[in-house]
Design a protein around this ligand. Structure first.
Ligand SMILES: CC(C)(COP(=O)(O)OP(=O)(O)OC[C@H]1O[C@@H](n2cnc3c(N)ncnc32)[C@H](O)[C@@H]1OP(=O)(O)O)[C@@H](O)C(=O)NCCC(=O)NCCS
Length: 160
């Protein structure tokens, strides 16, 4: 029988915290202090002002997490705090689906701006965000661990 692969988005649960923390460590925070440990991810998952969204890959009977994103919501703006996709699953549109889902919830909640910080040398991620309408608004020298530069990127939404 042919195994079907699907990718479903769902909200993270605390049981996912360890896997997501490891994804953050290896794919987002490599070379930096490990800030997003399992306890920190669990706090984000339980935080009422944060949405942690996961991309669950279903391969036949197997299920595993292929990517995730976390967004913090405030009154009129939001911050995209974390985003990662497993290296073997990249360029399949998974991050785009995750972020577009979060954009929709942010605009529905009345947010007019989403901001994020990204390492200056992370050219793939900067290209990804530019493709979704983000603009680099500020250069932040020594932003990460007092050593590595970042860009602030923002996308604006107009109220309908
Ligand atoms: C950045 C990242 C999340 C993108 O995930 P992804 O699932 O591969 O992205 P998508 O497949 O949805 O890409 C959508 C579009 O973004 C752009 N893009 C994505 N990766 C790119 C790359 N490596 N180089 C140039 N453009 C890229 C392309 O326009 C792409 O569309 P296309 O494949 O049709 O050309 C992924 O590379 C990743 O996890 N990187 C490590 C963690 C990280 O950098 N996180 C963000 C900073 S916190």
């Amino acid at each position: 029988m042919t195994e079907l692969t699907t990718c479903a988005l769902r909200l993270a649960t605390v049981k996912d915290a360890k896997v997501l923390a490891n994804m953050s460590r290896h794919y987002i925070e490599q070379g930096l202090d490990w800030r997003w440990r399992p306890e920190a991810l669990a706090r984000q998952i339980n935080d009422p002002e944060t949405v942690v969204l996961v991309a669950e890959i279903r391969l036949g009977e197997r299920r595993f997490l292929g990517g995730f994103a976390a967004m913090n919501y405030r009154m009129e703006d939001a911050t995209l705090a974390l985003l990662a996709v497993h290296p073997r699953l990249r360029r399949k549109g998974i991050a785009r689906r995750l972020v577009k889902w979060l954009h929709k919830t942010a605009t529905t909640a009345g947010c007019e701006k989403i901001a994020l910080q990204v390492r200056a040398r992370n050219h793939p991620a900067r290209a990804f965000y530019r493709g979704l309408g983000y603009r680099e608004t500020c250069y932040l020298p020594r932003y990460y661990d007092g050593t590595e530069a970042a860009y602030q990127m923002e996308v604006l939404f107009t109220r309908q």
